[in-house]
Design a protein around this ligand. Structure first.
Ligand code: ZN
Length: 263
């Protein structure tokens, strides 16, 4: 195997995912709940992938990193790595207390055989938010994963950043029809199923092949249903005469997902 991925929880009540290779393991965001939940999650994560090297934080919103999770990461001596803008916003929210475990990086970060890069994405006003790509090389072939959670639009630069990924984690927050019925404050800062389908189609068009796996996450409880993002993607690809060759998974709100192996 080159890469393995497992969502631990995904949604407005908490986010955490695990990505690992034979020699490196990272959490992507870490906010599984109370401190007890954080400790249980870390123990489970270590059982699954042996050891943990770092936590990559996409942005400072409390459902991605918070006082509970920072405290547990501090106890366990785990470093949180992020963009410098995210670093300053976490410090502004939680004070200097956790500064010792926070560590910003620019351009690229190497963790074992993983290389991590970030790119800014548009999300809520005044909230520095990033997406990540993680790459590793096996037998002279580069394997790539892209993680875009919490964003509300994309540019050609984002498409190029995610192109040729073997694994894509993308937010598919809401269905626009359900949003009209139920309404939800803050949905404008997140991706609709339709926008996600469009982004994914553009990524596939810009790639030499299609990804092996697509994981859809951060689904709204009221304004989405687990089958709707896939339906939207299949409809959009069909309309644009592109076959869907990848397996689609939906990350559950409060339960871990299955291990997805990329090889
Ligand atoms: Zn957010």
């Amino acid at each position: 195997m080159a890469l393995k991925f497992k969502s631990l929880c995904s949604g407005s009540s908490g986010n955490a995912a695990l990505l690992w290779t034979d020699s490196a393991a990272v959490l992507i965001d870490f906010a599984p709940g109370c401190q007890r939940d954080c400790r249980v999650s870390l123990k489970e994560a270590r059982k699954i992938c042996g050891s943990l090297d770092a936590v990559l934080v996409t942005h400072a919103h409390g459902d991605h990193i918070n006082a509970n999770s920072l405290r547990v990461l501090h106890e366990e001596g785990l470093r949180a790595r992020c963009h410098s803008g995210v670093y300053h916003q976490i410090k502004a929210r939680h004070g200097e207390k956790y500064a010792a475990i926070l560590s910003p990086f620019e351009d690229a970060l190497t963790i074992g055989d993983l290389t991590v890069r970030h790119i800014r994405v548009e999300h809520a006003p005044n909230c520095c938010t990033t997406a990540f790509i993680l790459t590793t090389t096996r037998r002279r072939r580069e394997f790539k994963a892209a993680v875009f959670t919490d964003f509300n639009g994309f540019t050609d630069e984002h498409v190029a950043f995610a192109a040729n990924s073997d694994l894509l984690f993308l937010e598919a927050n809401h269905d626009t029809e359900l949003l009209k019925i139920f309404g939800h404050y803050g949905s404008e800062f997140h991706m609709s199923n339709r926008k996600t389908a469009k982004f994914l189609h553009k990524i596939c068009k810009a790639s030499a092949g299609q990804p092996q796996a697509v994981i859809l996450g951060h689904l709204s409880t009221d304004c989405n249903k687990p089958h709707l993002p896939q339906k939207e993607i299949e409809g959009y690809f069909n309309k644009h005469k592109m076959p869907v060759k990848f397996k689609i998974h939906v990350a559950k709100r409060c339960e871990p997902g299955r291990i997805i192996v990329i090889s």
